[in-house]
Ligand binder design. Structure first.
Ligand code: ZN
Ligand code: ZN
Length: 299
C-alpha cells in the first residue's frame, strides 16, 4: 500500500517535483472522531471528516467563507484542515478550491485526471498529492481506497476507508450502482450515499430534455429507488448510520427520499438509521463508535 507521504508531488503543468509539505502531525485541541456534511446538493458539496490524527474535507464545493463558518459551527477551524480529498472535477465539488487550495495552500488529494480537470477549471495548479484510482493509500490514520463510479467526467471516484476497526463509505454522483460500488460499500459501518432524485419528479420538472437525459442516464445521478436497492444489498447489522446526500433541489425532497427508501427496505424487513444531508444546512455530526479501549493488564 502507498503511504501518501511517500507519494511524489507534481506540478501538473510541468511535472516539476514540488517540495514536501505539511508532513508534521499537529496537536489538536480536540479529537473529533466522526464526519459532518457541511453542504450537499448540486449547488455545492463538502464533508468534514475528523479522526484522531487528521482533519480533512471531502470535496470543496462551497465558498471558503461558507466552509469556514460551517466548520466553526462544529468547533473546527479551517486552518486545521490537513487536506482536501476530491471525488471529481465538477464545479459543485471543487469551486471552493479557489481560495482554500490556491490562497491558503491546503493540499489537494486527487487522481491525475481530476487534477488536470481542476487545473483547467481554474487555469492554475494547486499543490496536489496524486492518488491512483483503485489503489489504497494512507493518509495519517486513514486508509483510503478510491474506486471508480459511473459519472460524466474523466475519472470520478467514491471512497471506502478504514479507520481503526471501522469501515466508512462515501459515494455520490453515480448514474447507477455497479458491482464494484456494491463490493466497495459492503460491510461499511458508516455510509454517506447519493439519493438524488425521483424519476417521476424529473420527468414532471420544467428542466430541458438534455438535463433530464443526463440526470437519468447511466453516468448521471442515483435515484432514490436505486439507492434503496443498494442499501438492501449492503445492509448488515454493523451498519450504524446512513446519510443520504446530493438530493436534487427540484426533483426530490427529504421526505420523498426517506419514504421511498424506508418503504423499500421495510418490505425486506430492514430498518436502518437514516438521515438526510441538505444543501444549506450543516448536518448533525456523526460521531464514530470506536469501541472501548481495553486496559493493559499486568500478569
Ligand atoms: Zn455533484
Ligand atoms: Zn458530478
Amino acid at each position: 500500500m502507498l503511504k501518501l507521504g511517500a507519494m511524489k508531488l507534481y506540478d501538473c503543468h510541468s511535472g516539476y517535483k514540488l517540495p514536501a509539505f505539511r508532513q508534521q502531525k499537529k496537536k489538536y485541541k480536540e479529537i473529533m472522531n466522526g464526519f459532518c456534511p457541511l453542504a450537499s446538493g448540486s449547488k455545492g458539496n463538502c464533508i468534514f471528516l475528523g479522526t484522531k490524527e487528521a482533519k480533512i474535507l471531502i470535496d470543496a464545493g462551497i465558498s471558503t467563507r461558507a466552509t469556514r463558518n460551517k466548520l466553526a459551527s462544529i468547533g473546527v477551524s479551517i486552518e486545521e484542515i490537513d487536506a482536501i480529498l476530491i471525488t471529481h472535477d465538477h464545479g459543485d465539488h471543487i469551486q471552493g478550491l479557489k481560495v482554500m487550495a490556491f490562497d491558503m495552500g491546503i493540499p489537494v488529494l486527487a487522481n491525475h485526471e481530476t487534477a488536470k480537470g481542476i487545473a483547467a477549471y481554474f487555469e492554475e495548479c494547486p499543490k496536489f498529492k496524486i492518488f491512483t484510482t483503485g489503489e489504497t493509500f494512507e493518509f495519517r490514520d486513514l486508509e483510503i481506497h478510491p474506486f471508480t463510479i459511473p459519472h460524466d467526467t474523466l475519472d470520478p471516484v467514491g471512497f471506502s476507508m478504514r479507520y481503526e476497526a471501522l469501515k466508512l463509505g462515501f459515494c455520490t454522483d453515480l448514474g447507477f450502482v455497479t458491482s464494484l460500488v456494491r463490493e466497495q460499500l459492503k460491510d461499511t459501518d458508516y455510509l454517506y450515499v447519493e439519493a438524488n432524485h425521483d424519476p417521476e419528479l424529473v420527468h414532471a420538472s420544467a428542466r430541458p430534455p438534455v438535463y433530464k437525459q443526463r440526470v437519468l442516464g447511466k453516468t448521471g445521478h442515483l435515484s432514490n429507488l436505486a439507492c434503496a436497492e443498494l442499501l438492501h444489498y449492503i445492509s448488515h447489522p454493523g451498519l450504524k448510520k446512513v446519510i443520504l446526500g446530493h438530493l436534487s433541489s427540484e426533483c426530490n425532497t427529504k421526505e420523498r427520499a426517506l419514504e421511498t427508501i424506508r418503504n423499500y427496505l421495510g418490505k425486506h424487513s430492514i430498518d436502518l438509521n437514516l438521515s438526510v444531508a441538505l444543501q444549506d444546512t450543516v448536518s448533525e455530526p456523526v460521531y464514530f463508535e470506536l469501541g472501548a479501549e481495553i486496559p493493559l493488564q499486568h500478569c
